[in-house]
Design a protein. Structure first.
Length: 736
């Protein structure tokens, strides 16, 4: 191979993986060398139980991985019905999965398990409880779901099912303890919905009109409107509705904004109109809350029965990909706008979970142009003390010609060299952002079975990754980025179900932001405070219909300290009373909410921090509609007591354009875009698409130097550093 490999031959005291306290002379400055440690959140390996292929577990175990992420269920798994554990009322049989675990332990004797615990209903339960099933707009209770023959499922709002499921989970937990399995379990990973990821099943048929969901919606409305019927009537534009009569809107009402019911203006295709469509938006948020509530009830059951014995995690909060618009997620999106993932703040505030996970977002995973980023806002997750796990399902060159879903970027490489580069990129992301991951092999579940890792050089490389994470993972600590992407998850429900605004503005721009030459974070809008934004110089805000309280908190936290705030199209325009130009201006300082088309120069205004008496920000300068995407309006700078307001589309802007906007906001770029930058407090990673790219590194800091993690060599900061094309340069701050 022509690429750099880890140095296996150097003395143990000089390798960056063997001694966490190593310094520039290869000594430990009086500290005794320490061997590998088992991280609190270790690397793992997974594959579906289908066909019971043990190869990836056996191979990665031999490379030092000691936690196996495996399928399990306390009730039923839609996708692997052979595991059915709940055979009938009061009848449980866990023998199939126990036999599988024993087989795994024969191959990997010192392993522990993270159980991917599916929480679906068994068919007999559905048959016994027809009134508790999810119902669709046409009154039926059957639908086709991806990758399973099942046609019915309980309503997420069914308390009868919720109580039964939690009881079955408690029974399973007690069985783990009584049969001696508890000592073999590292963690429990609670799963449901599309591909285990809590996306609401059946969304293309517009659920859920069951009696349990109708009752839950009315309860939700009482909570949302604080039992104030006049507030409900004003929001819905309905003078007679009550909490007792409010009904789930029909399919036509839920589609009104995208089904030919026009209300004029360029925003028609993007936003629901309030108050006309407020009931539909409310119900969409109710579905997210109810979906999350089921997950939280399962989490509480684990804590009540097992305490903190197990690490507890899930797939939830796919805010960043809340509309991929692909056949894989379906038209209206089991993983999309109506997919039930927009209660992530509730999930985080519950304080029940130790970690949250997702695959890398499928927008663009390609070397030299893409990004490896979570489906959920990592910065918010870490703010709440929840560990971030990535499902590393990148495909190696061994499966390069295997069939997959071409509508998403799976991250497929065609050479051994590129496979190694891809995996190093994943490790660099984990160390820079203080995250963890598990390697997964999905062939056989997707397409024909082909081993993903069965190559000696791939396995040798992954062994080094395992060693590196054991030795260096404890040093990883995230660092606030100067660029923040801020998303109001509850505003997603204000988007028309046909809207492509979020897809174009946020999801498909993740790669461009990744290559703009500066690091960035993603935040839930509710976590934006003066303290969390202290290091942010450029904030991009997507919030079409923020609440009044959120408008005030965003303005207070962002519109200050010389910061540049970029308001996404239509942000703040929709209010309870409908589109409101004045409300838009009060939040953004801008005056033309409908002028935002892709490619159009951004509107830029210099603002004072102090608002007018009427709440509108005050302008310090003239409205400039020049090419702010290149240099800012006339190259002007705001004073430290003010802020800059930008308005317009991010959609379609290149990494170079975003880098220029970041530079104009006062961010010191690591280099001209396209340049991929990831940084934590101890680690820095850089990736270039160009051959022979050189740049000057920022200083490592007092008493420290940059050390190349791949080679262990110290970097000369006095001159330019050459970046290998499409490979990731990963540097560690080593103390002298």
């Amino acid at each position: 191979m022509s690429i750099t490999t880890f140095n296996h031959e150097v003395d143990v005291s000089r390798t960056p993986f063997a001694v966490a306290d190593s310094h520039v002379n290869g000594t430990t400055n009086g500290h005794a060398p320490r061997g590998p440690v088992t991280p609190e959140f270790p690397l793992m390996v997974s594959r579906p139980i289908q066909h019971q292929q043990l190869t990836p577990f056996r191979e990665l175990y031999a490379q030092g991985i000691r936690v196996l992420h495996v399928d399990a269920t306390f009730s039923e798994d839609f996708f692997h019905t052979e595991m059915r554990a709940w055979k009938g009322p009061g009848e449980f049989d866990y023998s199939y999965q126990a036999a599988y675990w024993r087989k795994l332990l024969e191959a990997c004797p010192d392993a522990k398990f993270c159980l991917r615990l599916n929480s679906a209903s068994p068919p007999w339960w559905d048959e016994l409880h027809p009134a508790e099933l999810q119902q669709y707009a046409d009154g039926t209770a059957e639908a086709a779901f991806q990758r399973t023959a099942r046609r019915t499922l309980p309503s997420l709002a069914s308390q009868t099912w919720r109580k039964a499921a939690c009881g079955a989970l408690a029974h399973f937990l007690r069985w783990l303890e009584s049969e001696g399995w508890a000592d073999r379990i590292w963690g429990l990973f609670l799963c449901y919905g599309i591909t285990w990821e809590w996306g609401i099943l059946g969304t293309d048929r517009f659920p859920d009109y069951s009696a349990p969901m109708q009752g839950r919606f009315r309860e939700w409305l009482r909570e949302a409107y604080r039992n104030d019927v006049e507030a409900l009537r004003n929001a819905w534009g309905d003078a007679v509705v009550t909490f007792e009569t409010a009904a789930i809107p029909g399919e036509a009402a839920r589609l009104a904004a995208c089904n030919g019911v026009a209300w004029g203006g360029i925003g028609s295709a993007e936003l629901r109109q309030f108050p006309r469509d407020r009931a539909a938006a409310d119900f969409q948020n109710c579905m997210s809350d109810t979906n999350c509530d089921y997950l939280l009830d399962l989490g509480r059951t684990v804590r009540e029965v097992a305490g903190t014995r197990y690490k507890l995690g899930s797939f939830y909060g796919y805010t960043l990909t809340s509309r991929e618009h692909t056949a894989f997620t379906s038209q209206y999106g089991a993983g999309g706008l109506a997919g039930g993932h927009h209660a992530f703040g509730k999930f985080l505030r519950s304080r029940l979970f130790d970690f949250n996970a997702s695959p890398y977002a499928y927008a663009d995973r390609d070397l030299g142009r893409g990004c490896l980023i979570q489906h959920f806002p990592r910065a918010s997750c870490q703010l709440h003390g929840v560990r971030v796990y990535d499902e590393n399902d990148l495909k190696t060159f061994l499966v390069a010609d295997a069939q997959d879903d071409r509508t998403i970027s799976i991250g497929q490489t065609r050479t051994l060299e590129d496979t190694v580069r891809h995996q190093r990129w994943a490790l660099a992301q984990a160390l820079c952002h203080s995250t963890t991951y598990w390697w997964t092999e999905l062939s056989g579940w997707i397409g024909a079975y082909l081993p993903n890792f069965d190559h000696p050089e791939i396995l040798s490389e992954l062994r080094q990754h395992s060693r590196a994470f054991e030795q260096l993972g404890g040093e990883a600590e995230p660092e606030s980025a100067p660029v923040a992407i801020i998303i109001d998850e509850r505003s997603i429900a204000a988007l028309s179900l046909a809207s492509k605004l979020f897809r174009d503005e946020v999801y498909q721009q993740l790669a461009a932001w990744s290559w703009c030459g500066a690091p960035f974070d993603v935040w839930l809008a509710e976590d934006v405070t003066p303290e969390t934004m202290r290091h942010v110089r450029l904030a991009y805000v997507f919030a079409p219909a923020p609440s009044l309280a959120l408008r005030k908190s965003l303005a207070s936290a962002l519109c200050r300290d010389g910061r540049t705030v970029w308001w996404a199209p239509l942000t703040g325009w929709m209010t309870d009373a409908g589109p409101d130009d004045a409300a838009f201006t009060r939040l953004t300082g801008q005056t033309e909410p409908l002028v935002y088309s892709a490619g159009r120069p951004l509107s830029r205004m210099e603002m004072r921090t102090e608002p007018h008496a009427n709440g509108a920000p005050a302008s310090n300068g003239s409205h400039a509609n020049g090419s702010a995407s290149a240099h800012g309006a006339n190259g002007a700078r705001t004073c430290s007591s003010g802020w800059i307001s930008l308005y317009g589309a991010c959609a379609g802007r290149t990494a170079e354009e975003l880098g220029a906007i970041a530079g104009a906001a006062g961010i010191e770029l690591y280099g001209d875009a396209p340049l991929h930058v990831m940084r934590g407090k101890r680690f820095l990673a850089l990736q270039s698409a160009a051959q022979g790219r050189t740049l000057h590194l920022p200083p490592a800091g007092p008493g420290a130097r940059w050390q190349n993690v791949w080679t262990g060599e110290l970097v000369d900061e006095s001159g330019p550093v050459r970046l290998p094309a499409t490979d990731t340069l990963l540097l560690r701050r080593a103390e002298e």
